[in-house]
Every structure is written in C-alpha cells, then in structure tokens.
Write a protein that binds this ligand. Sequence first.
Ligand code: FE2
Ligand code: FE2
Length: 316
Amino acid sequence: MAPTALRESPPPPAPAVTKAAAGQALEDMSDAIDDVNTIKYDSASQFDTAKDKTTFRQYETACDRVKNFYREQHAKQTVAYNLAARGRFHAASRARPEMTIWEAMEKLNTLIDESDPDTSLSQIEHLLQSAEAIRRDGKPRWMQVTGLIHDLGKLMLFFDELGTQGQWDVVGDTFPVGCAFDPRIVLAASTFAANPDSRDPVYATPLGVYAPGCGLDNVMLSWGHDEYLYHVVRDQSTLPDEALAMIRYHSFYPWHREGAYRHLMCPKDWDMLKAVQAFNPYDLYSKSDDVPSVEELKPYYMELIDEFFPQKVLKW
Ligand SMILES: [Fe+2]
Ligand SMILES: [Fe+2]
C-alpha cells in the first residue's frame, strides 16, 4: 500500500500564487530583453566598440539570458500559431474580461511578486515613468496616455481563454510572420532554422503572402502584448493612428530601429514609423528616472484616461 503522503497529494497551489510566479518570471525576462535593447541601442554606451568593455559584458550576460527565450520564440511564432491566437482572441465564445484602464494597471501590478528583492520597478511605475517623461517633454495628451497604457497587453498572460503559452508569446521583439524572417531580427541567424515557416515555399520568400507596399495594417505581426493591446484598444478608444502604431509596433525593433521590412510599407506607414521612433526612448530610457508617486499622479491620469476612453469599461 502506498504511503499516505503519496496517496494524498497536496492540493495544487492557489491560482493567485501560480500567476504571481508566472508574472514575476515574465517580468524578469521582459527586463532582460529591455536591458539588451537598451545597451544595444544606447548610442552613449558604445557597447560594440572595444572602449566600453563593462557595458559589453553586461550586454553579453543579458544576451545569454534572453538567448534561450528567443530560441523558443523564433521556433514557435508561425503563421499557424498566429492564426490560432487571433482565433482565440476573436472567439464569440470567449467571455471577455471587463475593466477600466486603471483597474487593468492595478491588476497588472498585482501579478508581480512584490516581495521579490530583484524586482526593479513595478509595472505601474514603468507605465507612469513613460507617461511622465512624455508629459515633461510637452508632448500631446494622446501620447501621454499611450505611454501610460502601452504595456497593459501583458495582462494576456493571465486571461486563460486567450490560451497564452508562455513568455515567448507575450514579450520580446516582434516581427512579421508569413514572409521571410529578416536577418536584422535579434539573433535571427541562430534561431529561425527551427521554425517550420522558414522552409515553407511561400512564407520563406521576401514577400511571402503579402503584396509589395501592402501596408503594415495588412501584415500579421508575431502575437504578443503589443499586438493584443492594439486589438483591444483600436475599437474602444479615440486614440489617433499614431498612438495605435506606438502600441502595436513598440517592440518591432527590426522595423523601427534596424530598417527592415520597408518593402511592405505603404505611404502612411512612414508617418507611423516617425511616431514609433519618437515614442521608443520614453519606453526604453525612462526607467532610471525618479520613481513616481502613484497616488499623487492618479487624478491627472484618471482625467486623461477618460478623455480617450469615453466608455470607461473596456472589454479585454
Ligand atoms: Fe512593451
Ligand atoms: Fe514598456
């Protein structure tokens, strides 16, 4: 007879605990990805010259950490997976969670383990820092609110019916699927061989399923927090196209920093590119700013949210 301890297995951990752990792991990975992009694109660091060895070592350490992440992401972001993810998002049977923008910010915050000593910034602080840096520079109100919400798509990890698989379909740099993977995607050379689409007779061609100049609105970008939030807010806000582009493309580094995928752009996309490039520093470099006071800033941002989300409660 099996010992009691084996027969009576302990109850599974409460979902909240599991989700906090998953949220924490996601956040740690997201920070490492940001570190790589910050060091890679910070012109002051000169990380790729022999001059700045410390920064370069920092980059390599961060890079080691995210290498496995990108190996998995680049193998699994296929056309088939992307169609399935969008199918789950749009499914009529999906009961969409309902909450306001502020509630979403608070929810995202609770999913991170605040007892973790390594946690640098809470989600709400990163969002407020981005928004405050934009506001400080006298940018328009729609851009301030975009800074405030741009990462709320990370909530996707916790809405079970979206069927989110892990970190690889939430965070990380994004890229189009359905056409050849551009060599300027981070770590492209060593990772895309494992993606079946890289051997597909159509998907592996430069244009793939797309027409030249078809416009990025018609291009399927790898599924993650950017794409998810874009789908949530585009019909539920009065945000201008530039704001939607900042949300949808903020992790699309091969496009906005490396100059790839120009052959898919339509004239409007060049304006969107300028907007996304203007937004990027506020996402990447505002983390070293002073930690904002959530309670002090809340009234200002509540008013701002109401201005662009007149129906207040969103379907997520
Ligand atoms: Fe993000
Ligand atoms: Fe961000």
